[in-house]
Ligand binder design. Sequence first.
Ligand SMILES: Nc1ncnc2c1ncn2[C@@H]1O[C@H](COP(=O)(O)OP(=O)(O)O)[C@@H](O)[C@H]1O
Ligand SMILES: [Mg+2]
Length: 192
Amino acid sequence: MTERRVIVIAGVPGVGKSTVASAVAERLGCPVIGVSELAVKEGALLGRDEERDTDVVDLPRLKEIIAEAVSATEGPIIVEGHYAYDVVPSDLVSHALVLRRAPWVLKEELRERDYSDEKVQENVEAELLDVPLVEAIEALGPDLVCEADTTRRTPEETVDEVLGIVEGSMPCRRNLVDWLGSPETRGLLEGG
Ligand SMILES: Nc1ncnc2c1ncn2[C@@H]1O[C@H](COP(=O)(O)OP(=O)(O)O)[C@@H](O)[C@H]1O
Ligand SMILES: [Mg+2]
């Protein structure tokens, strides 16, 4: 089956992907695939990047596994992960939601996980520079890619927003945030 029915939920660690994806899946009554969990479960790993403190994923293999998993289902299916837009065959995607969170809020979220300072900083910078948005558009083209800002929203509000976008009752928005133009960013760049 080749119709577009995969909802991609992407964004840097700590923006709220797993929380939102499982709640949206529950509301739609559809399955959800977590990309990192799947990669570990299927052994689609090339090794470990010790310096960046992260697994190196076998992207082509993971893409095949996801294509197979999708073809074994009917109806919508959610794929959530940092680089989820890179592991779903683009012709299967109906919507790609890039979750955003203010870098200074994200930093606190990631500090509470047992991430190294470098890993916190790398992800804060990626969020600051819109990396997941740019990469999602590169992978899927602009039409399918929408943003939702989870800063100062409850998970329930974000879930309603994502459902609204997917069901077409809310607009798909891009260029939603301007972290570099925010005064709080100055403190972050000064190492605060
Ligand atoms: N609007 C929101 N949407 C999603 N998560 C939120 C939101 N506001 C606060 N959170 C909290 O932020 C954390 C996000 O963690 P998680 O879902 O694991 O993120 P990710 O999967 O992107 O790393 C959770 O503790 C969640 O309750
Ligand atoms: Mg997660």
